[in-house]
Design a binder for this molecule. Structure first.
Ligand SMILES: [Zn+2]
Length: 380
């Protein structure tokens, strides 16, 4: 085992041992990252806020070296919950190396990537990267609040925007270069009723108001899957992947539900306008006397596949073509940074799983790729 691999395994394990599930504070893991950055010569800007639940969250931006432009590596420290963790030889936050893999919540998404970038930065002589930035956010998995703070408040991020720094979002792509991702739009359709014990004649079942509208909404959904206006062939699948769930409150079969809600999620794409579709859903809601409301959205993101920084990164990783992916990242929020791409170790298939892992091969290649990228003079 090489020294670099040993170092990256140790650092990933150290980061994973801080649980930092999105509903918890990520202050301790951020302090650990900040200490690591300071140790290898970075100045650290610390952006701290209380989330809606009053929990302390931290995003940080590190800078090393002088000059303008340079390269930035972007990651997040929050992880998805691990109640369903299914690995019997280790706990979610007690990472274990086994058979060429490192298991634990966040090993793949994305503390392993962050560790490999930190080790790469420690191996690059500071004068060879001018400047090098690290942007490490909070709440990426739950609405990208941390990235929003960085976009609005960070002095270093503003500097990166002004000087056209080349950004590498280190989300797991198996070190393929990604030039586009889908966004997301949530919306709800809801019907109200009156709750009562079903043994009585009191109450009004909210489902009986929602159900008549469902065929019309389902037909809009099915049309949207085949209508070219709602497709972008850059993606696989090229469609909005409109998904629906239905919620009842209360949800007990001997109680009349007072609320029936259809929850929808569209995976939005560049150059696809979903407004006509949303207007059609709203029209159905008016016809059936239902409430329509939009929830938060995340913008899709894309840059030209032939952009010079994409082409340079393809040469660094030794691949011919960049790709698009169907999940969103902090790049959606940080679009003021124009020269940006996604490229990180680990396979997205292994993220968010009850047995999350990253291969040691990916960790070690991550260090090599980032070392090259951090010393590269990218064209914009
Ligand atoms: Zn992630």
């Amino acid at each position: 085992m090489t020294t670099a691999l040993k170092l990256v395994i140790d650092l990933t394990q150290k980061l994973v041992r801080f649980p930092s599930v999105s509903h918890q504070s990520n202050e301790a893991v951020s302090q650990c990252v900040a200490d690591e950055l300071a140790r290898i010569g970075f100045d650290v800007e610390w952006l701290s806020y209380l989330d809606e639940q009053g929990v302390r969250k931290v995003s940080l931006i590190g800078k090393r070296g002088n000059g303008a432009g340079g390269v930035a590596y972007l990651a997040h420290t929050d992880v998805v919950p691990a109640e369903d963790w299914s690995v019997d030889f280790c706990g979610a936050f007690e990472p274990v190396e086994k058979d060429g893999r490192l298991y634990g919540r966040g090993t793949c998404d994305m503390k392993g990537s962050l560790a490999s970038a930190l080790i790469a930065a420690s191996l690059v002589p500071p004068e060879k990267s001018n400047p090098l930035y690290f942007v490490v956010t909070s709440d990426e998995e739950v609405g990208m609040l941390g990235a929003k703070k960085v976009n609005g408040k960070s002095r270093y991020f503003q500097e990166m925007v002004e000087n056209n720094t080349v950004g590498i979002v280190g989300e797991p792509t198996q070190l393929s270069v990604v030039h586009a991702h889908k966004g997301g739009q949530r919306f709800h359709v809801s019907a109200k009723g009156v709750s009562a014990h079903t043994s009585t004649t009191e109450g009004r079942n909210a489902n009986y108001s929602l159900i008549p509208a469902l065929p019309a909404i389902l037909s809009l959904r099915n049309d949207s899957e085949t209508n070219p206006a709602y497709q972008n062939q850059m993606f696989d699948p090229p469609t909005l992947s409109w998904n629906m769930t239905i919620t009842n409150e209360p949800d007990a079969v001997n109680v009349t539900p007072s609320l029936a809600r259809l929850n929808s999620f569209l995976r939005t794409m560049p150059n696809v306008d979903v407004e006509p579709l949303l207007s059609q859903v709203e029209a159905v809601c008016r016809t059936y006397g239902l409430e329509f409301y939009r929830k938060e959205s995340v913008d899709p993101w894309s840059v030209a596949p032939n952009a010079p920084w994409i082409q340079s990164m393809l040469r660094i990783v030794g691949q011919a073509r960049s790709q698009s992916v169907c999940y969103a990242t902090d790049a959606a929020v940080l679009q003021r940074l124009e020269s940006i791409m996604i490229c990180g170790p680990g396979d997205i298939q292994q993220a968010h799983r009850s047995d999350e892992w990253i291969s040691l091969e990916q960790l070690s290649r991550g260090v090599e790729v980032y070392q090259k990228a951090f010393t590269h003079s990218f064209d914009r």
